[in-house]
Design a protein around this ligand. Structure first.
Ligand SMILES: [Zn+2]
Length: 480
């Protein structure tokens, strides 16, 4: 590369001082391996130490936030903070989680280009576990608050911050925080947690980035299928063994998928996308409301992601039989991980499984179940519009649409006490980056961090949140 070309390339990737600062804060947090602690036991000493170090870094990086906030620990490693506003009614709850999913011992074999917990800054990116899920969002939120508070901003209404410490392990700290908020009579007006993103390459044929905001999330059912049998020596097997009966049940489950249906939120999403498409796709998705039935039927044939949008899904995960090669199994089990469509229930999911299995020898038991989240209001609701406006400020080219989130987040716990819960991380992510979440080479672009900060700033100071204004401005909270 010529020197001139090299200079041009450097200029193109040059980042502002502000972005560099945010990137360094994020990298420092990534270097603390706050791997989600197993939900069945107290924290180990090493885990205690990691979360304490993580909290200490937050205090160091965001002194104005910690000075202004009342801070308490919730659950084993969760943080709940309240930034008192002029009014306590209809507060805003902003969430992110501090914990991350683990990496395999041999992370090199998984394909990591940089050590997952080194927080390497290279090629205009911050690399490592948690950069996108979810320390990136945590950092840009805190940066926005720090900047605002340092400039003398006073919130017009209470802003609560909830940073779970075990989101990736059922979210006990978010459950505890929700109970605390409920006990104190806090009725959140708006809740925002991780979920969607500013996604490029999200829809084939759409050039604009799509800000997809989860307005609901699917439920989760972990079910165990079990078959008991007499066991005995493998030299004299019965006609039907426990694993054989179980296998038949598993085949029945996979060959009888749940019925399809296109939810209102998916219709809204397609209607939002349609104007940015061309040709037949534009015409088709523009009429999604009328074509719900045919669309729902065709989507499962177009890939796993679209299939998951229109129905309850079942994944067979753990299968167990005999503990030895020459011993008959006395018990065979399989775990089904089901993601329940919005509009369905845990009970309906169990009933479907029992009916397609149709064999009384196969017991279906619920290991853990959580219902799909209530659907939060979208187009026309001031809270939805506040999010759309904030996206517009930070990402002028982006198209904002609602969707049903397929994964589970801490937001589902808070949804119990809040009517408007949204799931969105205001960070730009391409397809490869989205696929790296929970996988190798998780990374965020440094240039994606500033718009993330700007999103939270715009949200917190926007008119819809009730006249949260900068110091010196007329602060007339209009809590409508
Ligand atoms: Zn997450």
């Amino acid at each position: 590369m010529s020197i001139r070309k090299k200079r041009q390339a450097d200029a193109a990737t040059e980042v502002s001082e502000r972005a560099q600062r945010v990137a360094e804060h994020l990298a420092a947090l990534v270097r603390v391996p706050t791997v989600a602690p197993d939900s069945s036991r107290p924290l180990t000493e090493a885990e205690e130490e990691a979360f304490a170090r993580h909290r200490a870094l937050l205090r160091e990086f965001y002194p104005a936030v910690f000075a202004a906030a009342e801070t308490e620990m919730v659950g084993r490693a969760g943080l709940l903070m309240r930034l008192p506003g002029a009014a306590t009614e209809r507060p805003v709850v902003l969430m992110a989680h501090q914990d991350v999913v683990p990496v395999p011992q041999d992370w090199k074999a998984e394909g990591w280009e940089h050590p997952p917990f080194d927080g390497v800054i290279a090629d205009g990116r911050v690399h490592g576990r948690g950069t996108l899920d979810d320390k990136g969002a945590l950092v840009v939120l805190m940066e926005a608050l720090e900047e605002l508070l340092a400039a003398g901003w006073e919130p017009a209404r209470d802003v609560w911050l909830l940073f779970g410490g075990d989101e990736e392990q059922h979210g006990a700290s978010a459950v505890a925080a929700t109970a605390l908020l409920e006990e104190r009579g806090v009725e959140p007006w708006l809740v925002l947690d991780e979920g969607g993103a500013v996604a490029s390459e999200a829809f084939p044929g759409v050039a604009a980035p799509m800000a997809v905001i989860g307005a609901s999330e699917k439920g989760v059912l972990t079910a165990e299928l079990s078959v008991e049998s007499q066991g005995g020596h493998a030299s004299m097997p019965p006609r039907q063994s426990a694993p054989g009966i179980l296998a038949k049940a598993l085949v029945a489950v996979e060959s009888n998928p749940f019925p399809v249906g296109l939810h209102d939120l998916s219709v809204e999403m397609f209607e939002g996308v349609a104007p940015h498409l061309r040709g037949p796709k534009r015409a088709l998705l523009g009429r999604a409301r009328k074509l719900r039935g045919p669309l729902a039927r065709v989507m499962p044939r177009l890939g796993a992601e679209l299939a998951a949008m229109v129905r309850t899904t079942v994944a067979i995960t753990m299968v167990n039989g005999s503990p030895a090669q020459n011993v008959l199994a006395t018990r065979a089990t399989a775990v089904l991980n089901c993601r329940i469509a919005v509009g369905s229930t845990v009970a309906a999911t169990v009933a479907h499984l029992e009916s397609v299995i149709g064999d009384e020898r196969v017991a279906v038991s619920v290991v853990e179940g959580s219902e799909p989240s209530p659907v939060s209001p979208t187009i026309g609701d001031p809270r939805w519009e506040a999010l759309v406006d904030a996206v517009g400020e930070a990402y002028p080219d982006a198209v904002t649409v609602p969707y049903v989130m397929m994964a589970a987040s801490d937001a589902r716990h808070v949804a119990r006490i809040a009517p408007a819960v949204y799931r969105f991380s205001p960070l730009a992510m391409d397809k490869r980056q989205r696929e790296a979440i929970h996988g190798p080479n998780e990374n965020v672009q440094i240039e994606a961090l500033e718009p993330g900060v700007d999103f939270y700033r715009a949200l917190l100071t926007g008119a819809a949140l009730g006249g949260l204004t900068a110091a010196g401005g007329a602060s007339e909270p209009s809590l409508t």
